[in-house]
Write a protein that binds this ligand. Structure first.
Ligand code: ZN
Ligand code: ZN
Length: 375
């Protein structure tokens, strides 16, 4: 089985080295202006009682608390507070600015998507190690290598294949429709921001419909590959069975091609959705506040990955949660960090190798029968 990774020995070396960087455990949640000094938080994160002060702190108490944390080796409390409040909106905003900037500089779409994808993946990787939401232990190297293979194969080959097979036909259909109606289906004269928002709303509706169908039909074994991890971490963003990737990417791209979306708007949309996906699956300590009513934030998406079969059937949004709100499938996770959702498949565990992920949909009923009989 190890031979399948032979070509990736260089990656193994690099990841082996990176894994030696110590991961900061969530030893303390307290910040100058917010403390998680509640029994529930202390229990959830196995924290000692903070002696640094009460919840509402005076300036002097803030100073005392900072000194307390520094003495106890918690590190930069200010950085933790900033990350908690601003990492989510700042990452989404920087994805937009970076994408728009690189488009303005004339970079090709391929280079923009590859470079920003790598950048936001590395950012999530580092942030998870420095500002972990939950102590999950080290990532299993086998799981990491499997997800790198998903990034290199499952997320590229199906899209390229779909483009090769259907791009010309869909664009031809789009031109025929434009000729028939006498005007373009897409408002290309709108400013880029307006076009981006319209494209996002449309593509999210398509994603919502496909994702909901994947959960509530015979296609579930294909999508179960995305749900088969017992931890939340950034690379789950790319964990997809190639057949599912063919369906979801194909469905989304077909609609946008049919509407005649300009290349720049499409590139910006893909940069944004890529950055969002790493953020949404990452295990970073964040508070997303009111964003939870517009975006499918990490805490909402964690509930979507719940192991409890009763909890999983909700929050289908990829970037936006507004379609879930509209169709009544938006759910909030149980209150408080004392009950983080256990994630994974409700009934079976599978070995985390790429080959096993590819086989899972075709061995689904066998694995189910075996799991049931072993209970
Ligand atoms: Zn799902
Ligand atoms: Zn997910």
């Amino acid at each position: 089985m190890e031979e399948e990774y032979g070509v990736l020995s260089a990656f193994t070396e690099v990841f082996g080295w990176i894994r030696t960087i110590p991961q900061a455990p969530p030893t303390c949640q307290h910040t100058p202006w917010h403390t998680g000094n509640s029994p529930a938080n202390r229990k959830a994160f196995a924290l000692p009682r903070c002696r640094a002060g009460p919840r509402r702190a005076t300036a002097w108490q803030v100073v005392r608390r900072l000194r307390y944390h520094r003495r106890h080796g918690v590190g930069s409390v200010t950085a933790e507070a900033l990350v908690k409040r601003f990492h989510y909106p700042a990452t989404l905003a920087s994805a937009l600015l970076l994408g728009a900037g690189l488009i303005a500089l004339g970079w090709s779409p391929g280079w923009i998507l590859a470079s920003t994808g790598l950048l936001f993946a590395l950012l999530s990787f580092w942030m998870e190690r420095r500002f972990a939401q939950q102590a999950q232990g080290e990532v299993d190297p086998r799981e990491l290598r499997t997800d790198v293979l998903h990034a290199l194969i499952s997320n590229t080959v199906p899209t390229a294949l779909f483009r090769a097979l259907f791009f010309a036909a869909v664009v031809g259909a789009s031109s025929a429709l434009t000729e028939r109606f006498g005007f373009s289906l897409w408002p290309a004269h709108w400013p880029l921001a307006g076009q981006f928002l319209l494209a996002l709303a449309i593509v999210e509706l398509v994603s919502y419909a496909i994702h909901r169908a994947l959960h509530r039909s015979r296609l579930w074994p294909l999508h179960a590959v995305h749900h088969c991890s017992s931890r939340m971490y950034f690379l789950l963003a790319v964990r997809k069975h190639p057949l599912q990737a063919f369906l979801t990417y194909g469905g989304r791209l077909s609609v946008l091609w049919l509407l005649g979306l300009p290349e720049d708007t499409l590139t910006l949309l893909l940069v944004f959705t890529g950055a969002n996906s790493y953020l949404q699956h990452s295990n970073i300590r964040m508070e997303t506040g009111a964003f939870r009513y517009v975006f499918a934030t990490p805490e909402l998406h964690r509930l979507h990955h719940a192991r409890r079969a009763a909890a999983i059937d909700c929050n289908f949004g990829d970037v936006l949660i507004v379609w879930d709100l509209l169709f009544g499938t938006r759910r909030e996770p149980p209150a408080g960090p004392s009950s983080p959702e256990e994630v994974g498949l409700p009934d079976i565990e599978i070995p985390q190798t790429y080959i096993n992920h590819l086989r899972l949909p075709f061995e689904w009923s066998e694995r189910h029968t075996a799991a049931r009989s072993s209970r």
